[in-house]
Every structure is written in structure tokens, then in C-alpha cells.
Design a protein around this ligand. Structure first.
Ligand code: PBG
Length: 337
């Protein structure tokens, strides 16, 4: 192409459309909106108490009375769904995670409280045993291994208990083989035809989950153990697409890639390959890194948060889990008014 072609300089100067704020708004390819955000929340027993999580500045474990108020505020800001993560007393933990199946457990009460008070807010509950097991693994342990098939039987019951409490979306985050099909069959059998499944399909054995495990209270139970026999090896990308294809074939309504910002390639490949909604999770470690740098004055935390969340959308994520959902929604709402 010669120098004077209309598709090259100076006929084309890409800076023209960047010169003014109004034009940058017109030509922007992607936008971040509160309805893109899903708010993950840690919950605990008690009344009128917020317990700050040291490794996640701005995040607290909430008692259910406060949870309901904050859920209402989140909905008013335009957030469409909340995801619940319980931190339960060690006395309630056991090798099999029995508390997960108790119909009146903390998560089930949270689901029904929110449903009653804020009926138009979507409720997502994690299906996995780690909040409930004394060893902190997501499944039951036999002969030193997490036993997949036995775990799946329990996860089906856990999902049913949550669906019965009024949960809109059950979200298996455990990475056991075959759990999506088994949970879908169990839901259908019990008449929960409209309960959706958000499959954590491509969930990696990441080093970015530490603050979550502090918040949920499973870090001390897990100790030095890891989850590499079930969560994915972060050296693999093709394998993520196999996981996603299987979960779709088993009945997943949406699929998740997790963690987020270091896995934008996986989000992009998943969104390009499959006609299902792909969600992304900005995990606790990502959140903590931004907050820690901001607290030191090394980064503008809000600006970096908005940049990361927009990057998820550019990569192809349909919705994003972020602990900053409420703060970010406030920023967006203020900017637009
Ligand atoms: C557990 C679960 C984890 C997260 C969500 N569900 C932690 C883990 O797999 O150990 C991590 C979320 C985060 O780090 O923000 N089933």
C-alpha cells in the first residue's frame, strides 16, 4: 500500500476520534454497566455485625440482617445478582461436610431472607463442600484422595437444598467430573426445572484464592494442602475448552472462567467457541492486589478496578463476579448522573 492511500497516513489518523471526550464516548466499543456485575458476599451467623476481612480491604462478613439491607442497596444501584459464600463455625464442620445438606443452614436462610425482601435480585449459591469440611477440601476424602463420584452424590443433595430454599442459580465450583449432569438430573427429578446452573467449568488451581479462604474460614482447615487433583493446571488452555464443552453437554446454562485477569485468553477463547453466556470471576487475590497497591498510594485503585472490569468485557465476559461490585456500581451511577 503506498504512502498516499486513503487507508494510510495522513488520510487515516487514528488520533482524530480520540481528540475529545464526547467522541471517545461515541466510538467506545465496550461499556461497563452495573448490570454486568455480580456481587459475591461472605455471610456469617449473628446479628447486626460486619466483620472486616483483613486481606480484602472493604470486604466484611455480614450477618443476615445486614445482608438483606445491603442486597436492597445493591439492587437499587442496578446490580442484578448476588452470590453467597458462608463462613461457618468450626464446630459445624465435619469430614463429609454434613452441614451443607441441612435445610436450615446459613446459606438457605440467607436465600429465603433475600428472596422475601428483594424478590427481583438474582441469587447464586456455591455448590461445593469446602465451607463445611473439617479438612477444607471441596469434596469428601477417601484414602487421601478427594473422591469425585461420592462427592457428586452429596453435591446433588446440596444443590437441591439450595433450590428448595429459593436459589435461582446453583453454581458448582468444585470441578468434580460429571457433576453438572448429575445436578441437572436431580433438579429435574425434584421439579426444579427453572433453577439454573452456572458451571465453574474452567476453574484453575490458582494461587489467587488465599484471601477468599481467609474470608470463608477454610484456610486453616486446608493448611498446606492444595486442590490440584481437581482444579485445572494453569499451564493448560485447550483443556478449559474441553471442560466447558462437557459442562454445556451436561446442561450448564452459563459457564465460568476463574480467576479472571490472568486468564483473559481463556475467557476470549470460550466466548468465541461456545454460544453460551461466559462469566468471569475477579477473584479475591486480584481484588487484594489492587487494594494493597492503592493503599500504598502506588495505583489509583478505582481506576485500575474499572480498567480490569472493562478488560473482562472486551475479552467476551457477559457478567463479572467482583467483590467491588457495589463500589463500582456507585462510581458508574455517579458518573452517569
Ligand atoms: C470454593 C471456592 C473458592 C472460590 C470460590 N469458591 C476457593 C477455592 O477454590 O479454594 C475462590 C474465590 C476467590 O478467591 O475470590 N469452592
Amino acid at each position: 500500500m503506498n504512502h498516499h492511500s486513503h487507508t494510510s497516513y495522513p488520510a487515516t489518523r487514528l488520533r482524530r476520534t480520540r481528540m475529545s471526550a464526547w467522541c471517545r464516548e461515541l466510538v467506545a466499543e465496550h461499556r461497563l454497566h452495573p448490570s454486568d456485575l455480580i456481587w459475591p458476599v461472605f455471610i456469617q451467623e449473628g446479628k447486626n455485625t460486619e466483620t472486616p476481612v483483613a486481606s480484602m480491604p472493604g470486604v466484611s462478613r455480614l450477618t443476615l440482617d445486614i445482608l438483606v439491607q445491603k442486597a436492597r442497596e445493591a439492587r437499587a444501584l442496578g446490580i442484578q445478582a448476588i452470590a453467597l459464600f458462608p463462613a461457618i463455625d468450626d464446630k459445624l464442620k465435619s469430614p463429609m461436610g454434613d452441614e451443607a445438606l441441612f435445610e436450615n443452614n446459613l446459606v438457605c436462610r440467607a436465600i429465603s431472607d433475600i428472596k422475601n425482601a428483594v424478590p427481583d435480585l438474582g441469587i447464586i449459591a456455591d455448590v461445593a463442600l469446602d465451607p463445611y469440611t473439617s479438612h477444607g477440601q471441596d469434596g469428601v476424602v477417601e484414602n487421601g484422595q478427594v473422591a469425585g463420584d461420592k462427592t457428586v452424590e452429596i453435591l446433588c443433595k446440596q444443590a437441591l437444598v439450595q433450590a428448595k430454599a429459593g436459589c435461582d442459580i446453583v453454581a458448582p465450583s468444585d470441578m468434580m467430573d460429571g457433576r453438572i449432569g448429575a445436578i441437572r438430573a436431580a433438579l429435574e427429578r425434584e421439579g426444579h426445572h427453572d433453577t439454573m446452573i452456572l458451571a465453574y467449568s474452567a476453574k484453575y488451581a490458582s494461587n489467587l484464592y488465599g484471601p477468599f479462604r481467609d474470608a470463608a474460614g477454610s484456610a486453616k482447615n486446608l493448611g498446606k494442602a492444595d486442590k490440584r487433583t481437581y482444579q485445572m493446571d494453569f499451564r493448560n488452555g485447550d483443556e478449559a475448552l474441553r471442560e466447558i464443552a462437557l459442562d454445556i453437554s451436561e446442561g450448564a446454562d452459563m459457564v465460568m472462567v476463574k480467576p479472571g485477569i490472568a486468564y483473559l485468553d481463556i475467557i476470549h477463547r470460550a466466548a468465541a467457541a461456545f454460544p453460551v453466556p461466559v462469566f468471569a470471576y475477579q477473584v479475591s487475590g486480584e481484588y487484594a492486589m489492587i487494594k494493597a497497591a492503592a493503599a500504598n498510594g502506588w495505583l489509583d485503585g478505582d481506576a485500575v478496578m474499572l480498567e480490569h472490569l472493562l478488560a473482562f468485557k472486551r475479552a467476551g465476559a457477559r457478567a463479572i463476579f467482583t467483590y467491588g461490585a457495589v463500589d463500582v456500581a456507585k462510581i458508574i451511577v455517579e458518573r452517569e448522573t
